[in-house]
Ligand binder design. Structure first.
Ligand SMILES: [Zn+2]
Length: 316
């Protein structure tokens, strides 16, 4: 019921009760009572509280007590109103001091979080997802980052377990991207070192020097043959074969990453702000679409596939 309709109803009741206010117009009193009942503030009417009180007593109306939400942090009910923002009431907890909105939280449904991850791993930028899903950029960002970090940690544990396996062949390659930091130098070069061990992707990000390569090398299971391009750092590998002929699988993995992540695609506005987010995103991509980049089935890549499928099923 809106304010005017309620005021007319109250006016009707006032007339039927034969109440005839002397100083004020009955219409104004009816409006003031209606406003009081609905909890709306009207200052223009100039009706003193005592008069209002008199008529509300006569009519026997009471303001509905507003239900205050409990504090989301400590579940206390000692909560006070604390102004409003964007049309929503804000509340403050007197126990822990937390300020919060009374309405439902921004928590996204499982379906929406799943869809956001799919969009993110299908070349949409975070900004684009934010617009399509109608969620704030920060909400989308933290949702993606949370899942990607989980994928990264779980994948690292899985890869450490895979070190116990012996594998047939390894293909190594490095690819370039860059990070644009908000403060500091405009661009920082970043190299993503990829290795496919029996088709299982391993990756490390960093400089193009030996230290970064060593990190990758140490994380790999033992291999019978290593295929690489002619970049000199690879000379330290045992059973080493150089040639572009063998590195096409890792290049197809590379283009798989570029075509699925906006932050790695060329000629897009999406840029990387942090190296960590590249690591997490690559892990997320590997987890979202579990696959090995070879047709051959080996104990290593079968173990990887079942492990990564488990991570995928428990991601959200
Ligand atoms: Zn509290």
């Amino acid at each position: 019921m809106n304010l005017v309709a309620l005021a007319q109803l109250i006016l009707f009741v006032l007339r039927n009760l034969n109440l005839k206010p002397r100083k004020h117009k009955p219409e104004e009193i009816a409006l003031a009572i209606a406003a009081y009942v609905m909890g709306v503030q009207i200052t223009k009417l100039n009706i003193p509280p005592s008069t209002l009180y008199y008529y509300t007593r006569k009519l026997g109306v009471k303001r509905r007590k507003d239900v205050r939400p409990r504090c989301p942090s400590c579940n206390s009910d000692r909560v006070i109103k604390n102004g409003s923002s964007r049309g929503k009431s804000k509340y403050k907890c007197k126990v822990c001091g937390r300020t919060f909105y009374g309405t439902a939280s921004h928590r996204m449904s499982r379906e929406q979080r799943e869809r956001i991850l799919r969009e993110y791993t299908n070349r949409m930028s975070l900004r684009g997802i934010s617009k399509v899903e109608g969620r704030p950029l920060t909400t989308v960002y933290s949702s993606v980052k949370r899942a990607a970090l989980k994928a990264y940690v779980d994948l690292s544990i899985l890869q450490a377990q895979l070190k116990a396996f012996r594998s047939k062949f390894a293909v190594l390659d490095e690819s370039w991207t860059y990070v644009r930091v908000r403060r500091g130098p405009r661009r920082q070069n970043l190299w993503i070192w990829n290795a496919l061990i029996d088709g299982v992707p391993f990756f490390v990000t960093g400089d193009r020097d030996y230290n970064t390569f060593r990190l990758l090398w140490l994380s790999l299971p033992k291999c019978e043959v290593h295929y690489t391009d002619d970049y000199p750092i690879y000379q330290v590998l045992y059973h080493h074969v150089v040639g572009k002929k063998y590195t096409h699988t890792v290049e197809s993995y590379n283009s798989f990453c570029r075509s699925h992540l906006a932050r790695l695609a060329r000629d897009t506005k999406a840029v990387n702000r942090s190296r960590a987010m590249i690591d997490y995103s690559l892990a997320l991509l590997n987890v979202m679409y579990p696959q090995v980049f070879t047709d051959e089935k080996t104990p290593l890549n079968l173990a990887y596939l079942s492990g990564v499928q488990y991570i995928r099923d428990h991601l959200i």
